[in-house]
Design a protein around this ligand. Structure first.
Ligand SMILES: [Zn+2]
Length: 453
């Protein structure tokens, strides 16, 4: 870590705002940057060193770039769904400076070390922000997990129910036990899509345009049971596990109790569970379809409480697009996935503010905690000396109406179309370079990140 002293070389850039969100709170400050790193957080009126450039954002908020650890980029193989060029532009436009790509929906999936190399080769020249990778745990790739870990993936995703794509089968309880034992053996992290296949199979499966039928087909019990099993298995071998895209508030007491008992479990939820409700999904509107599903307003209230009390650790997008033809009006067969990358900060901030939370809370949920989840918290997730100079500049009180035409992701389908959101991202900065400002993008300058240690 740098101490911000003279050893860092001359200050090249000073970012100034009356509202800088630091780990100690929000204050007027000037942030000094040298060689892509924050070297000091100084007084607002600190003298700008000779040779340094000043960017004064006035009263717009300077916050650490967001870290989104749940993104399906789908590149290579399903690039018509999404790709590194479009996904990283959408992310940057939304104030995200680091994303971690999920191991599935690309071809190949990231389930072997040579597949990871293929993915990295594809991503390298297209990344407008920093990009890391999750590996995948399949029924037959236990021997590949350690090589993937050594090659730098941040952990391993497992499905406990069918994933939606044939090349990424789910683990049964025995296979989960084997993968967990292997991963715990080298100190890795398993992240799980937690829905129990038996509960899903037992639920009424009606096709058609009615959202209530779809909701009934993915009951809370499926999530609750899968999470209970995951926690039990993690506790048995002292493995570190993370619950992806938590939707069922019924599972919150389980997670809270496990944390109290010392099980190494964390949990995330997503902007759509926090800002959209089952009651308002129009029939046939499969842009709202994801698994587990968006649930009722009363469920949403409890998710917010759990964020406030720390039972849920972080908020990440689960951006998972497809082409428009797969988003049919039949909820049973339409592709499940919500495209929220570019809108996540504004969507969460709009609702957080309405519920009395501050931007510091949003930064904790969407930047600091996800950075910690993947062990990047020495470099990302806070404005303090020694970290990467990654920032978003936000006009927090300004509103806009979501126009799909203004979105950067490949297929401009969004559940947020027509909504009025609060918080406009003015510019996004990666290691001291402006990635996007007022819709103008720089050439891609993102780096490929690997797990450290
Ligand atoms: Zn996902």
């Amino acid at each position: 870590m740098s101490d911000g002293g003279l050893d860092d070389g001359p200050v090249e850039l000073v970012l100034r705002s009356t509202r800088v969100i630091t780990p100690e709170g929000t204050r007027a400050a000037s942030v000094a940057v040298t060689a892509g790193k924050i070297t000091a957080v100084l007084a607002h009126d600190a003298e700008v060193p000779a040779g340094a450039r000043l960017e004064d954002f006035g009263d717009d908020v300077l916050l650490p770039g967001l870290v989104d650890t749940h993104v399906h980029v789908n590149d290579p193989g399903r690039t018509e769904w999404e790709g590194f060029w479009t996904a990283t532009r959408a992310a940057a436009a939304g104030g995200i400076t680091t994303l971690v790509d999920m191991p599935l929906n690309s071809l190949p999936p990231t389930t072997r070390a040579d597949h990871l190399r293929t993915k990295r080769d594809v991503a390298r020249a297209k990344a407008h922000i920093d990009v890391g990778f999750w590996g995948g745990a399949l029924p037959d790739n236990v021997k590949d997990l350690r090589p993937l870990h050594d090659a730098g993936v941040f952990g391993f995703k497992a499905f406990l129910s069918p994933s939606g794509v044939d090349e990424f089968p789910e683990l049964d309880q025995g296979q989960l036990a084997r993968s967990l034992a292997e991963i715990a053996g080298f100190g890795g992290l398993l992240i799980a899509h937690a829905e129990d296949p038996h509960h899903l199979a037992a639920a009424p499966q009606k096709s058609g345009r009615k959202y209530t039928d779809f909701l009934a087909s993915r009951p809370r019990d499926a999530e609750n049971t899968a999470i209970a099993n995951l926690i039990a298995q993690a506790g048995r071998v002292d493995a570190r596990v993370h619950v992806l895209h938590l939707s069922s508030s019924d599972a919150l007491p389980l997670i809270a109790a496990a944390k109290r008992e010392g099980v190494r479990v964390t949990a995330e939820t997503c902007p759509h569970y926090l800002t959209l409700t089952a009651e308002e999904v129009p029939d046939g509107a499969s842009e709202f379809k994801c698994c587990p599903p968006i649930r009722e307003a009363a469920n949403q209230d409890l998710l917010w409480q759990a964020l406030a009390d720390g039972t849920i650790d972080c908020v990440v997008t689960d951006h998972s697009p497809s082409t428009a033809d797969l988003k049919t009006d039949d909820f049973a067969t339409a592709w499940g996935g919500i495209s929220g990358l570019q809108l996540s900060l504004s969507a969460v901030w709009t609702e957080a503010r309405r519920r009395g939370h501050g931007l510091e809370d949003v930064v904790r949920w969407m930047s600091s905690r996800p950075a910690r989840l993947v062990g990047l918290d020495d470099r990302k997730g806070a404005i303090e000396a020694g970290r990467d100079a990654d920032f978003a500049v936000l006009a927090p009180d300004e509103t806009f109406t979501v126009d799909p035409a203004a979105l950067q992701h490949r297929n401009r389908i969004t559940a947020y179309a027509g909504r009025t959101l609060r918080g406009v991202v003015r510019s996004t900065w990666l290691r001291g370079e402006c990635v996007v400002r007022e819709g103008e993008f720089a050439e891609p300058g993102g780096r490929l990140l690997s797990r450290q240690g």
